[in-house]
Structures are given as C-alpha cells and as structure tokens.
Design a protein around this ligand. Structure first.
Ligand code: XMP
Length: 245
C-alpha cells in the first residue's frame, strides 16, 4: 500500500499531522493542513497531538479524507506493552481505519509484539518497528551494546526482519544507521525516517542512505504555507537519483 501510494504521488513524504495549540482549534487546523497537502503525500502519521484530545472516534473526518484519497494512515504509539494490551491496541486501531502501527521491539516477541504483528497482518495492516530514534538522546537507549557488543539498533533491525515487520523506523538524522539498517533488513522491508526538517535531518541524505519514506511534521504543520513547504521536500526528493548502494 505504501509503495503504491509513493509511486502514484511521486513522493515519499509522510505527513506527521502534529498540530499543537488550543485544543478546540487543533482538529480544524489539522484538517486544513491535510486538505492543503493531501495530493502530494505518501501517508499520514498520527501522534499524541491529535490522538489524546480527540481519540480515534474524534478523528473520523481525517480518516475519511485519507480513505477517500488512498492515503495510508499510520499510528505512532510506539507500542510498548504486554501481548494482551498490544492486541487490544492493534484491534482498535484497525477498526478505526489505521493501516500501519509503529511498535517498539524493546518489549520482545514472546508475549510482547509477536501476536500483535500477526494480528496486524491478518487485518491487512503493516507493522513498523522502531530501530533508532531521531532525538539526540536516542543513543543512550538504542545505541546501548548487547552482551555480544552489538548496538541495540542493529539487533532491532535483525529482529524486524526475523519477526516479519513490514517496515522499520530509523532516524533521518543518522544516515549511517539508515545504511547499516538497510544492509540488515534487505530491500523488502521499508525504511521510514523521521527527524527531517524541524529536527535538522535532510531528506536527500536519508534518501541517499536508503530510506524509502520521510516523516515530516512541524516543518509542514507549522508552516504558513504547508503546501509550499511540502513542495520543497518533494523537490529535494525529485532531485535525488538513487541510493548509494
Ligand atoms: P517533526 O515535527 O520533528 O515530527 O518533523 C516528527 C514526528 O515523528 C515522531 N518521531 C518519531 N517517531 N520514531 C518514531 O516512531 C522516531 O524515531 C521518531 N522521531 C520522531 C515525532 O513524535 C513526531 O510525531
């Protein structure tokens, strides 16, 4: 679904629809950003900014727009709990039309994410595993070494492949780790890179290192002209000729 959408719109930009400010205005503003960008995005990612104040039932207009436009909808809950809770979450997300779920491999497979990944697949959705986060402190956790001396993010990339994840999330501010992850997961698994724009990551470098999708939030949602900002990211992707591999 993600690959098809990327080809159709000629863009790998996933809009992180993160809108802050007064709660009573967020939904309207988010709908405005989506309306201005919907033709040029490969996906929409929802996070706490909208999920907490409105819940999935309150976000049906956004879900409907995505459905009508064929835009995959991703929930960024970084799912991180025991099996029964993870299963409840993926069931509910799918019921409300969410296509992709971001999960944290830290909790492990058995009685953790294993059944949730299986269930997402039965529901025709995608499971995206966190491999390396985009903020500066990411190294304090995802960079820790396992007993064998391997950094956790490499171990997580291996698990993503073993567990049949559809995609992984690797920081767009760490092109080297995107390239390492690509080597590990191969070409079938999609790589999503956040941290582009507001956090300083560059789309062209992430693309060059092998990322398929570029998660962009504030650089678009807080722009005075979201459509023009999206266009700039699209241009930067268009000028890029292919990964260094
Ligand atoms: P900005 O405004 O920084 O927003 O472009 C980025 C969006 O992506 C989320 N984010 C991440 N999600 N793994 C994730 O699954 C990450 O490493 C990561 N880094 C940023 C962030 O919360 C926001 O929604």
């Amino acid at each position: 679904m993600m690959r098809g959408r990327k080809e159709r719109v000629g863009s790998g930009v996933v809009l992180a629809l993160d809108v802050g400010g007064p709660y009573e205005e967020r939904l309207k503003r988010a709908e405005g950003v989506l309306a201005a960008t919907k033709e040029g995005i490969a996906g929409v990612k929802l996070n706490f900014h909208l999920l907490l104040p409105y819940g999935l039932t309150g976000l049906q207009a956004i879900r409907n727009t995505c459905e009508a436009e064929g835009i995959p909808l991703i929930a960024d809950l970084k799912l991180n709990d025991i099996e029964s809770t993870n299963l409840e979450a993926v069931e509910t997300l799918s019921h409300f039309g969410v296509d992709g779920v971001i999960m944290n491999p830290f909790v492990g497979r058995e009685e953790g994410l294993g059944s949730a990944i299986e269930r997402v697949h039965q529901l025709q959705g995608g499971a995206l595993l966190l491999v390396y986060m985009s903020h500066k402190g990411a190294d304090e956790g995802y960079g820790l070494k396992t007993a064998g001396g391997e950094p956790l993010y490499r171990a997580f990339a291996k698990k993503a492949k073993q567990w049949g994840a559809d995609g992984i999330v690797v920081s767009g501010r760490s092109p080297g780790k995107i390239a390492e992850s690509r080597e590990i997961v191969g070409d079938e698994c999609l790589i999503f890179s956040p941290g582009i724009g507001a956090q300083g990551g560059e789309l062209s470098k992430a693309a060059e290192s092998g990322a398929d999708f570029f998660i962009v939030g504030r650089a678009i949602t807080e722009s005075s002209d979201p459509r023009r900002s999206l266009h700039a990211f699209r241009q930067s992707q268009a000028s890029f000729r292919g990964p260094k591999r």
